[in-house]
Design a protein around this ligand. Structure first.
Ligand code: MEV
Length: 325
C-alpha cells in the first residue's frame, strides 16, 4: 500500500462534562465535520508532517528519534500517536503525514482527538495491522494522556465510534444512543478554552470540598441518564430543562464565565427551552435547544450578543478509512 487516507469527526459533549473525568457517565455526539489524515511511506527514515491549518507547512524529524528534537505544540498529538504506534509494533519505516480539517481548530470540537483517531486508523491500514476499535481507543488514549496528562477520552470515543454515545471512561461503557434527530443550535463564544487548566481547577475544588463536589457529580449523573431517555423519546422541552439544570451545576464548579452566562441568558430570553456550555467551560461553545419557531430569533439574539452560530450536524458517522492506494 502506498498511501492511506482516514478521517474522523469532531464532537460536542451534550451532558456530563467534568464529572466524566472522575468516572461518571456523559453523553457525547459526533459532528458532520471531519479531520482527514493521509499517511504514506518515505524512502528515508524521516517523519515528515504537513499540517497547513495549524500553520505547519513542513516539519521533519528522524523517525524513532522522538524526543530528541523539540516538537511544535501544534503537532504534539500527531507525534505522540506515531510514537505509540511505532514503539508498540516495533516499526522503523519513514513516514509522511498530511492533515486537512473541515473545522477551525479554535472551536473546541475535539481536533486533537479526531486527528489522533484518524492517524491511528490510517497507520493500522498502511501497515496492515488489524485492530479492534477498543485497541485503537487504548493506543489513542495513552498517547493523548502522554501529551495532555488529563482527560476522560470521551472525545476519542466520539471520533472513533461516531453517532451519539453514553460514555464512561476509559471506554468502559460506549453505548450508542438511537436518535433520529438532535436539533441543537451551536454558538461559539469567541474564546478558546484551555481544557487541561479547567480540569485541574475542578480537581483543586474537589480536593478542597470533596463532599460538595461529589454531590454535584452525582446530580450530573442523574441528569445524564434522564437526558438519554428524553433524547430517545424526543422530549425536547424536558431535555432543555435538563440542560439548564446541568448548566447550574457547572456554574457551581466555577467553569462558566460572565460571557458564557450572558450568551446562555440571551438564548433563554429569546425563547430557548434550554442552554448550557458544551465542554470544559472558560470559553468554546454553548449548545441551545429551542422550539423550531424560535430558532431564528434565538440565533439572531446570540449573534447580537457577540456569539457566532456554527452550522454543524450532530449524530454523525465515526472514523473510517476513506481511500488507499
Ligand atoms: C472537555 O470538553 C470535557 C471535560 O469533561 C474533559 C474531559 O472529559 O476530558 C471537561
Amino acid at each position: 500500500m502506498k498511501y492511506v487516507v482516514a478521517a474522523a469527526p469532531g464532537k460536542l459533549i451534550l451532558f456530563g462534562e467534568h464529572a466524566v473525568v472522575y468516572g461518571y457517565p456523559c453523553l457525547v455526539s459526533a459532528l458532520d465535520q471531519r479531520i482527514q489524515v493521509r499517511v504514506s511511506f518515505l524512502k528515508k527514515d524521516d517523519l515528515v508532517i504537513a499540517a497547513p491549518q495549524l500553520g505547519i507547512k513542513k516539519f521533519k524529524i528522524k523517525i524513532n528519534a522522538f524526543g530528541n528534537k523539540s516538537i511544535p505544540k501544534e503537532l504534539s498529538f500527531l507525534v505522540a500517536g506515531v510514537k505509540r504506534f511505532y514503539q508498540k509494533y516495533h516499526l522503523q519505516k519513514g513516514l509522511s503525514i498530511a492533515t486537512q480539517c473541515q473545522f477551525s481548530f479554535k472551536f473546541g470540537f475535539g481536533s486533537s482527538s479526531a486527528v489522533m483517531i484518524a492517524l491511528l486508523l490510517a497507520l493500522a491500514k498502511l501497515y496492515q495491522i488489524k485492530l479492534t476499535k477498543k485497541q485503537v481507543f487504548k493506543l489513542a488514549y495513552k498517547a493523548v494522556l502522554e501529551v495532555q496528562k488529563v482527560g476522560s477520552g470521551f472525545d476519542l470515543a466520539a471520533a472513533l465510534w461516531g453517532g451519539t454515545l453514553l460514555y464512561q471512561k476509559p471506554a468502559k461503557l460506549v453505548k450508542p444512543i438511537k436518535i433520529k434527530n438532535l436539533p441543537l443550535l451551536v454558538c461559539y463564544s469567541g474564546i478558546k478554552a484551555d481544557t487541561p487548566t479547567l480540569i485541574r481547577q475542578v480537581l483543586e475544588l474537589k480536593r478542597k470540598k470533596p463532599q460538595k463536589i461529589k454531590a454535584i457529580f452525582k446530580k450530573i449523573r442523574q441528569i445524564v441518564f434522564q437526558a438519554k431517555t428524553y433524547l430517545e423519546k424526543e422530549k425536547w422541552p424536558e431535555l432543555g430543562k435538563l440542560m439548564n439544570e446541568n448548566q447550574k451545576l457547572l456554574q457551581k464548579l466555577n467553569v462558566s464565565t460572565p460571557l458564557l452566562n450572558k450568551l446562555l441568558n440571551t438564548a433563554l430570553k429569546a425563547g430557548a427551552w434550554g442552554a448550557k456550555i458544551s465542554g470544559a467551560g472558560g470559553g468554546d461553545n454553548i449548545i441551545i435547544l429551542a422550539p423550531q419557531a424560535k430558532r431564528k430569533a434565538v440565533a439572531e439574539a446570540l449573534k447580537k450578543a457577540g456569539g457566532k452560530i456554527i452550522k454543524v450536524k450532530l449524530n454523525s458517522q465515526g472514523a473510517s478509512c476513506e481511500s488507499h492506494f
